[in-house]
Write a protein that binds this ligand. Structure first.
Ligand code: HDE
Length: 702
C-alpha cells in the first residue's frame, strides 16, 4: 500500500503523521510564494504555531482524519461561521474612510463641537449602498442609494444615515416592513433580485399614494448614478439644532458632490450589470487608490418653528422636501474620503450605523419615520452582529473616551476591572458617574390632543410635491422618467396594478399619465383615484434637476482608448495626454491583454481586454486603428458594440481613418460628439458632457 501515489505527485516519501509535511503535498506548495518580507509565523487563534497548513491529521498517510486535529477543527469552524446575516435592506455597500472639516461655524444655533469648531478634521467612515439587492447583487440596478456617514466626534459618534434622495416612500415607520417586503424578491418565487420592476412593489405603491413623490425620484436618473462619487446625500428628516440655552432651530442636511451630480442612461445601467457587477465599488476604489479623493460639501437648510408653520406642507412629513428656493442651503463643511478600508468584512460589513447615534447640540424631530428608525437600527444590529457588544468592534467604537456600567454579553471584548458595576456607588474611585455636561433633549411642546394611532391631516397632500419634482425637470429628464415608468410597469403582470399607477399619475401630471398609458399600450386613461387633498402647483425648483446642474468636466471621469497593432502612436499619446490633463482616468483597451505594437514599433500594454471592457465603463472613448486593424475589427462584435454603445449612451467618440470602418459597421451617423482623433480639443470638449441632443434620434422615449 505504501507504494500508492496520486498521479503527478512527488516520489518523495510521505512524511509520517504529526511531522511537518509542507512538502508532502508534493505539488509545489512554494511555487507561488513570490511576496517576501517579514512573514509572522502562522498560529491558531490561541497563538499556537502551525507548522503544516496543508494536511489534516491522520493516523497513517491514507487513514481517516482524527477528531483530535484541533487545528483543522478551529479553521473549519471559523470558516463555517464566516458569513453573518446580511442587512435586510442596504445589504450591498461600499465604504471608505476620510474626514469631515467644518468651514463655517453654526455656533449661533448649536453647541455641537462638530458643527462649531472650524478647521477641525473629524474622522468619518462613509458607506454607500443599494437598498433592495442582497450583498452579492450588482451595483447598478435602478435603486435608491444609501449614504451613511459615521462621524467619530470628540463628543461621541454621530451617524447621519441618509439616502441620495431627499424624501421617502412612506410617512410612518409602521409601513416600513411592508414597503421593504414588497420591493425585495417575491417570497414564493425568489425573484427578481435587486429591482423594483415587479408586481408586489407596484401593487403596494398603487395602494400607497403617499409614495408618489418618492416614485418620481425613483423613476428619475437619480437612481442610476454614474458613480458613488457623483451622488448627492440627504439626511431626509428634519432634525433640531440646540444652543446652550436649549433654543431649537430645525435643520435638514444635504451632501453635494464636488464633481457634480451625474447619472447613466438606462440602457447603459442595464448593460453595466453585465459589464461589471462591481462598477461603483471598483470606481470608488480606483479613485481613492489614484489619489482622486471623492469629496462632498455639507449644506444645511435652517428654519424656525414659526417659519415651518408658514410652509404649505408639513416638514415633519418625510415625503416632503423643502425647496431650496424657499429655504436656501448654507454650505458649512466638506467631507473627503481618502482611505479604502483595510478589510471589507471588518469595516464595511460590520459597521453599524444608527440614526439614534447623536451628539449634544443636535436632536431629533417628531418625524414619525425618524422616530421608528430610532428603534430599528440597534435592534437589527443585535442579531446581525451577534449580541450587544458590537459597539466594541473597532469600526463602531467611538474614538473619544467612553465608560459605563453595561457589562457582559456575547463577545465581550473588554475586561472591566473592580467591584463596581452599578451606579450610584461609593466603593471605587474611578467608577463612571453622570456627566456634568451631557446630552440634553429639546423640551418639546406637548400637544394635548390625546394618544392615538393617527396620521396628521397636514400629511394628506400626496401629489403636489410629486408634481413639483416632475415639472421642475428638463424635458430630457421628463422623458427618462416616463420611459422608466413604462419599463417598470411593463414588468408588472397584473393589469389593475398598472392601471392604478397610471391613475395616480393623472394627479401628478396629466401629460405624464398620458405618455405612460401610451407607452403601455392602454386604449384609454384609467380613472384617477379619489384624492383627499387636491394637488396644487408649486413654483418650479430647478435645483431638483440633474442635467441642468451637471458640471461640464472630465475630472474624475474615465476615457477608454481602443487600439490594436499598428495604431498611430502619436495620436494615441496625444489623446491620452489631453484626457489626463483634463483630469480623466485613461485606460487602454486592446483585443489582447498584452496590448498592441503601435506604429512606432513599441508595445503599449492594455488595461483591459476588449471583450471584457466594453465602452459602458467609460465616459468617453477614442478608437485609433490602422486600416488593417479597422477592417478586422469591423467584423468583431465587441469592437462594433464598443462604438455603438458609446454612441447610444450619448458619449463622445474620437476616431481616425482606420477606425471609420468600425463606426460604419456600428451604423453610426456622426454628429457633433463624434470627432476626428486629431481634434483633441474638440474631443475633450465633447467628452466633458453627454450628447443629449442625440438621444431623441436614437431612442423612442415615452
Ligand atoms: Fe434604514 N434601515 N430604515 N432608512 N437605512 C437600515 O439598519 C429602517 C430609512 C438607511 O450602510 C437597517 O443596520 C426603518 C430612511 C441606510 O449600514 C434597518 C425605516 C433612510 C441604511 C433600517 C428606515 C434610511 C439603512 C438595515 C423607516 C434615509 C444602511 C440594516 C422607519 C434617510 C446603513 C441596518 C449602512 C439600514 C430600518 C427608513 C437609510 C433595518 C425601520 C428614511 C443608508 O434597521
Amino acid at each position: 500500500m505504501a507504494s500508492r501515489k496520486a498521479p503527478g505527485t512527488s516520489t518523495k516519501k510521505s512524511a509520517g503523521p504529526g511531522t511537518s509535511g509542507s512538502d508532502s503535498i508534493g505539488n509545489g506548495g512554494e511555487l507561488h510564494r513570490k511576496a517576501s518580507g517579514k512573514h509572522p509565523p502562522l498560529t491558531t487563534n490561541q497563538g499556537i504555531p502551525v507548522p503544516d497548513n496543508q494536511n489534516s491529521l491522520r493516523p497513517e498517510p491514507r487513514g481517516p482524519t482524527l477528531l483530535e486535529d484541533f487545528i483543522l477543527r478551529e479553521k473549519i469552524t471559523h470558516f463555517d461561521h464566516e458569513r453573518i446575516p446580511e442587512r435586510i435592506v442596504h445589504a450591498r455597500g461600499s465604504a471608505a474612510h476620510g474626514y469631515f472639516e467644518l468651514t463655517k461655524s453654526l455656533k449661533k444655533y448649536t453647541t455641537a463641537k462638530i458643527l462649531t469648531e472650524v478647521g477641525v478634521k473629524t474622522p468619518v467612515f462613509t458607506r454607500f449602498s443599494t437598498v433592495a439587492g442582497g450583498a452579492g447583487s450588482v451595483d447598478t440596478p435602478r435603486d435608491v442609494r444609501g449614504f451613511a456617514v459615521k462621524f467619530y466626534t470628540k463628543e461621541g459618534n454621530w451617524d447621519l444615515v441618509g439616502n441620495n434622495i431627499p424624501v421617502f416612500f412612506i410617512q410612518d415607520a409602521m409601513k416600513f416592513p411592508d414597503v421593504v417586503h414588497s420591493v425585495k424578491m417575491e417570497p414564493d418565487r425568489g425573484f427578481p433580485q435587486a429591482g423594483s420592476a415587479h408586481d408586489t412593489f407596484w401593487d403596494f405603491i398603487s395602494l400607497t399614494p403617499e409614495a408618489m413623490h418618492m416614485i418620481m425620484w425613483a423613476m428619475s436618473d437619480r437612481t442610476i448614478p454614474r458613480s458613488l462619487r457623483t451622488i448627492e446625500g440627504f439626511g431626509v428628516h428634519s432634525f433640531r439644532l440646540l444652543d446652550a440655552k436649549g433654543n431649537s432651530t430645525f435643520v435638514k442636511f444635504h451632501w453635494r458632490p464636488k464633481l457634480g451630480i451625474q447619472s447613466t442612461v438606462w440602457d447603459e445601467a442595464l448593460k453595466l450589470q453585465a459589464a461589471d457587477n462591481d462598477f461603483h465599488r471598483r470606481d470608488l476604489f480606483e479613485a481613492i487608490q489614484a489619489g482622486q479623493y471623492p469629496e462632498w460639501e455639507l449644506g444645511v437648510q435652517l428654519f424656525t418653528e414659526e417659519e415651518a408653520d408658514e410652509f404649505d406642507f408639513d416638514h415633519l412629513d418625510p415625503t416632503k422636501l423643502i425647496p431650496e428656493e424657499v429655504v436656501p442651503l448654507t454650505m458649512i463643511g466638506r467631507m473627503v474620503l481618502d482611505r479604502w478600508p483595510d478589510n471589507f468584512f471588518a469595516e464595511t460589513e460590520q459597521v453599524a450605523y444608527c440614526p439614534a447615534n447623536i451628539v449634544p447640540g443636535i436632536d431629533f424631530s417628531n418625524d414619525p419615520l425618524l422616530q421608528g428608525r430610532l428603534f430599528s437600527y440597534l435592534d437589527t444590529q443585535l442579531s446581525r452582529l451577534g449580541g450587544p457588544n458590537f459597539h466594541q468592534i473597532p469600526i463602531n467604537a467611538p474614538k473619544c473616551p467612553f465608560a459605563n456600567l453595561q457589562r457582559d454579553g456575547h463577545m465581550q471584548m473588554n475586561v472591566p476591572k473592580g467591584r463596581v458595576n452599578y451606579e450610584p456607588s461609593s466603593l471605587q474611585s474611578d467608577a463612571p458617574r453622570e456627566a456634568k455636561e451631557g446630552y440634553r433633549h429639546h423640551a418639546t411642546r406637548s400637544e394635548d390632543a390625546g394618544k392615538g394611532r393617527v396620521r396628521p391631516e397636514s400629511f394628506a397632500d400626496h401629489y403636489s410635491q410629486a408634481r413639483l419634482f416632475f415639472r421642475s425637470q428638463t424635458s430630457i429628464e421628463q422623458a427618462h422618467m416616463a420611459s422608466a415608468l413604462v419599463f417598470e410597469l411593463s414588468k408588472v403582470g397584473t393589469a389593475h396594478v398598472r392601471e392604478a399607477i397610471v391613475g395616480h399619475l393623472r394627479h401628478v401630471d396629466p401629460g405624464l399619465a398620458k405618455r405612460v398609458a401610451d407607452g403601455l399600450g392602454m386604449d384609454a386613461l384609467p380613472p384617477a383615484p379619489p384624492a383627499k387633498f387636491k394637488p396644487h402647483d408649486m413654483p418650479e425648483s430647478p435645483a431638483l434637476q440633474i442635467i441642468g446642474r451637471m458640471k461640464s468636466t472630465l475630472e474624475g471621469r474615465a476615457v477608454g482608448i481602443l487600439v490594436d497593432d499598428g495604431s498611430d502612436a502619436g495620436a494615441v499619446s496625444a489623446l491620452k495626454k489631453a484626457a489626463a490633463d483634463a483630469g480623466a482616468m485613461v485606460k487602454i483597451v486592446a483585443p489582447k491583454l498584452g496590448g498592441a505594437k503601435l506604429s512606432d514599433g513599441k508595445r503599449m500594454p492594455a488595461d483591459g481586454q476588449l471583450a471584457g471592457t466594453p465602452s459602458t465603463v467609460f465616459d468617453a472613448v477614442a478608437v485609433v486603428l490602422s486600416e488593417k486593424a479597422g477592417k478586422q475589427l469591423a467584423r468583431e462584435a465587441a469592437a462594433v458594440d464598443f462604438v455603438r454603445d458609446a454612441f447610444g449612451h450619448l458619449k463622445a467618440i474620437a476616431f481616425d481613418a482606420g477606425a471609420k470602418a468600425v463606426l460604419d459597421a456600428g451604423g453610426i451617423d456622426p454628429d457633433a460628439g463624434v470627432v476626428k482623433a486629431s481634434d483633441t480639443k474638440g474631443f475633450i470638449k465633447a467628452a466633458k458632457t453627454r450628447q443629449w441632443d442625440r438621444e431623441p434620434k436614437l431612442r423612442l422615449l415615452a
